[in-house]
Design a protein around this ligand. Structure first.
Ligand code: N01
Length: 868
């Protein structure tokens, strides 16, 4: 043991090597030092400031407070600590939070391991010795096995990128580096540039002192009143009755703050429900509330606009001058896609006679001068210039250190096109290097206190596991990291975030790669993933050490996030296996499920009718696009395993296809098993094709511009009728669109094995369908298993397969066999999708780009319309 009661460094490690170096002494660094010490590791901390506090050390501008209720924005690892500290306000001020962090440092005696006023400037990985070689700003060389950056996400201020910034001769201040002794602004003419959280918090207080205040605003931000006051009684009560349950609720929530999740959608909720929820969120004064008014406000522009317009309406009701009110009203980004703010009297400040807003969108700054600010319209003389212009967020501090990993690769080089991490914690090529709340983790989209504790716990547990297993290095595998980056991007892609020029997107720093930096899947989903990675023996990592080597290239999340969410919801609802229901019950169940789904986009016209079938009339529903006709015609056969469904069961998909491909879509019913077995459905499909081809003009179609299409068993019928039409010498088809088709009856492919369970369409359900549809001896007929038919001289095909579909491989096999037979084939492989997810229009948003792609390819099957 050392003098400080810490166990000696790990066995086999050179004595001058410390187990871990922690950079930063804010929330993250302090807790990490505590946990490492508790776990028996030797650790040293380095901190640029002269004391602990991190972001709360530097950001001392007037009005600086947290914007998460402080009872939640606090450490939860030690009940005694919680008992020993009481927050005085709903949103504590910077001085109080700083005092808290100093209290924590004292309580656990953390300062003794921290070297203050010292930066780590350089870090080089020595692969032979398996140590990081660090150099500090004071010239000290330190060797450590594990190197952890706990440097915060918003710690590197953005350089002032304004012409003439160095010319100003008055007082220059930055919110992020406010003088410790404070600044007396009484009687002075002050300019503030920037209206993010820092500007919005400080402007009302600066206005109280300044003789004149001019606010230079480039982008108006959404802000709601914080309604600061005593700590919220309901939260305190929940903490008092069951502290641990309350903390667990925060840990397993979307934002890291206990709260209710809603499934109310903005676009469809009745007006009075909308209003009530919006007013309640406005009154609550919590980001949690205003970000969660509607389930879809972060995804659906129409829903988002309801929240946005509500806030704009409030701005108009507060700000007396309509021109100023309009200038303060955000219209260039969706609510929530830039970090919304909490304020105390922000909008009302602009009613004061000595406060003026300058709208830089209308009159941009041309230069900073010796005496103030020039815009295209006016010169402003001021005594004090305050920059509230933000940070090089999330990656600034990490690439700010010269970090060189294995084979001489630097982090800056590796991240030149955007950050690449596994779980936001580590990056391949940089063994034993961790970032607390790094890019690719929930971090800035969450209550940082909760996310920091989770990361620190994960890192410490990981180091303990490595020690216990005789391992000394850990590093993600390239496949796992690429998979995680993809998942992070997939999560963002379905939201409105990528549309904004926000610092989440790196857009605030000129030249910074545009990407969505944090993980938006939620604190709860993220915790589940990182727990799973650990429970599965460090999935996606390569571990090495005296005990040997272990490597897993698995990707922890491959399903599209919204597909996973649907599957989880069904599981939570306890939906029984579909194959356990008799057909009548299954049909009823599916009808009930379908009744609750969104209908799909508006089309020009919907027409119901019947056409003659061999055993009686067949119902159809026709969808006409809004554009003037005539249009190409798609004859569509619904999915449902030849057992369930009808001409309206795929309505959302048909509407979507109609609008995207600008085609008439005729969805036709056919007879189902087990009541009408094979080949009844095929005969009906033949009849439908004959009739639609013969009646194209009456249907508003272009004669001869006809395609057959279908989904699943319906795609099986489409493929079959395409073969039979060829054999019968007509009708002529321009093509076939086969969405996750059944093409064979063998049920022995790899995808049956890999995807046979857990993705709604199971191997068992397919067996059930085949049994209901077709006798075993008939299942090799080409009219049942088109893969076994003659594939020459067929019309061009668009084949769509889904990665997590038992039918995936037979779809691929059909595409390949068609191609081998000389048929032009377009194959669309839907990554992260299941058999059923692509047709879930407006529910599984990640399906939209796939449907756009297939619609484009479908459209290309038809001749270009003649130029008018
Ligand atoms: O920085 P910001 P911040 N000319 O980037 C403008 C957290 N935080 O320090 O949007 C003119 O949000 C810029 O304009 P635009 C919180 O997560 C939390 O305020 O780029 N203007 C914008 O208006 C927050 O989101 C608290 O067009 C220029 C502003 O400067 C994050 O920190 C308190 C400009 C920068 O806003 C960052 O907030 C404070 C230029 N050249 C911060 N360059 C809490 O409450 C930039 N701007 C806990």
């Amino acid at each position: 043991m050392t003098e400080t009661g810490v166990r000696d460094a790990q066995p086999g490690v050179q004595s001058d090597v410390v187990d871990a170096v922690v950079v930063g002494a804010g929330f993250a660094g302090l807790y990490l030092l505590h946990r490492l010490r508790e776990a028996g590791f030797t650790a040293r901390g380095f901190e640029a400031a002269d004391d602990v506090g991190g972001t709360w050390y530097w950001n001392r501008y007037p009005g600086a407070r947290c914007d998460i209720p402080t009872v939640d924005y606090t450490f939860s690892f030690d009940p005694e600590l919680e008992r020993a500290w009481t927050w005085s306000e709903k949103y504590a001020t910077q001085p109080e939070i700083l005092r808290y962090l100093q209290f924590v440092a004292d309580r656990y005696d953390l300062r003794r391991d921290i070297t203050f006023e010292t930066r780590v400037d350089r870090a080089v990985w020595d692969d032979d010795a398996e140590v990081w070689q660090l150099r500090t700003s004071t010239g000290e060389e330190v060797r450590c096995r594990y190197y952890v950056m706990a440097t915060g996400c918003l710690s590197v201020p953005k350089e002032p990128d304004i012409e003439g910034a160095d010319r100003f001769r008055g007082t220059v201040l930055a919110t992020s580096r406010w003088p410790h002794e404070g600044v007396d602004l009484t009687g002075r003419r002050v300019a503030v540039i920037g209206t993010g959280s820092s500007g919005i918090q400080s402007i009302p207080l600066i206005a109280q002192e300044a003789a004149e205040l001019t606010v230079f605003q480039r982008t108006p931000n959404f802000s709601i009143p914080a309604r600061n006051g005593p700590a919220p009684a309901d939260r305190l009560e929940r903490l008092r009755t069951d502290r641990e349950a309350y903390r667990e609720a925060g840990r397993w929530s979307g934002l890291g703050v206990p709260g209710e999740k809603t499934d109310i959608r903005g676009a469809t909720a009745p007006e009075e429900v909308r209003r009530e929820r919006l007013e309640a969120a406005w009154e609550a004064g919590e980001l949690n509330a205003i970000l969660g008014v509607f389930a879809d406000q972060g995804l659906d522009p129409a829903s988002n606009e309801i929240v946005s317009e509500f806030i704009r309406e409030k701005i108009r009701s507060i700000v007396a001058d309509p021109v100023t009110a309009e200038a303060l009203s955000p219209r260039d980004h969706f609510f929530g896609t830039k970090r919304p703010c909490l304020d105390t009297g922000y909008y009302a400040t602009f009613n004061l006679p000595h406060v003026r807003l300058v709208d830089l969108r209308r009159t941009p700054i041309t230069t900073i001068t010796e005496t103030g600010v020039d815009t295209t319209e006016e010169s402003f003389d001021v005594d004090v210039l305050v920059y509230a212009t933000g940070f090089d967020a999330m990656t600034g501090a990490l690439v700010g250190v010269d970090v060189t990993g294995r084979d001489g690769l630097t982090l800056r080089e590796k991240w030149a096109d955007g950050p690449s991490t596994y779980l936001g914690l580590m990056s391949e090529g940089f063994p034993n290097f961790f970032a607390v709340t790094g890019p690719g983790s929930p971090s800035v989209l969450s209550n940082m206190a909760v996310s920091i504790e989770q990361h620190v716990d994960w890192v410490t547990d990981c180091l303990v596991d490595l020690r216990d297993r005789g391992m000394t290095t850990i590093e993600p595998t390239p496949a796992a990291e690429a998979g995680w980056n993809q998942h992070v991007a997939d999560c963002a892609a379905i939201t409105l975030h990528p549309t904004a020029n926000s610092w989440y997107m790196g857009a605030n720093v000129p030249g910074k790669p545009r990407a969505f930096y944090p993980y938006i899947g939620g604190v709860d989903a993220y915790r589940a993933v990182s727990d799973e990675v650990r429970e599965r023996g460090y999935l996606g990592f390569r571990l090495r050490g005296p005990a040997g080597e272990q490597r897993s290239d698995d990707v922890v999340r491959q399903l599209q996030p919204d597909v996973l969410a649907v599957l989880q919801t069904l599981e939570e609802q306890g939906v029984p296996p579909l194959e356990s229901m008799p057909p009548a019950q299954l049909r009823e169940f599916m009808d009930a499920l379908n009744a609750a789904r969104p209908l799909g986009p508006e089309v020009g016209e919907v027409v119901d009718g019947t056409l003659p079938g061999p055993a009686g009339p067949l119902r159809y529903r026709l969808f006409r696009p809004p554009s003037p006709g005539p249009h190409p015609v798609v004859l569509y056969f619904h999915g449902g395993g030849w057992v369930i469904g009808d001409e309206v069961s795929d309505e959302p998909f048909c509407r979507d296809l109609c609008v995207r491909a600008d085609c008439v879509v005729v969805s036709v019913d056919y007879r189902h098993g087990p009541e009408a077995r094979y080949p009844a459905a095929v005969e009906d499909a033949d009849a439908a094709l004959e009739w639609v081809a013969a009646h194209a003009i009456e249907l508003g179609g272009i004669p001869d511009d006809l395609v057959v299409a279908g989904w699943s068993a319906g795609a099986n019928l489409a493929a079959v009728v395409a073969q039979r039409a060829r054999d019968a010498g007509g009708p002529a088809l321009r093509g076939q669109l086969l969405l996750t088709p059944v093409t064979d009856s063998a049920m022995t492919t790899g995808s049956y094995r890999d995807n046979g369970e857990g993705y709604l369409l199971t191997a068992g359900l397919m067996r059930y369908f085949w049994d209901a549809y077709c006798d075993p001896e008939q299942r090799t007929d080409p009219a049942a298993a088109p893969l076994r038919g003659n594939l020459t001289d067929l019309p061009p095909a668009v084949v769509v397969t889904a990665q997590f579909d038992p039918l995936r491989d037979e779809g691929i096999a059909y595409a390949e066999a068609l191609r081998a037979a000389g048929v032009p084939v377009e194959h669309v492989a839907a990554r992260g999708h299941t058999h059923t997810s692509l047709t879930m229009v407006d529910v599984v948003l990640s399906g939209a780009p796939v449907r756009e792609d297939l619609a484009r390819r479908l459209r290309a099957l038809f001749p270009e319309p003649a130029a008018v």
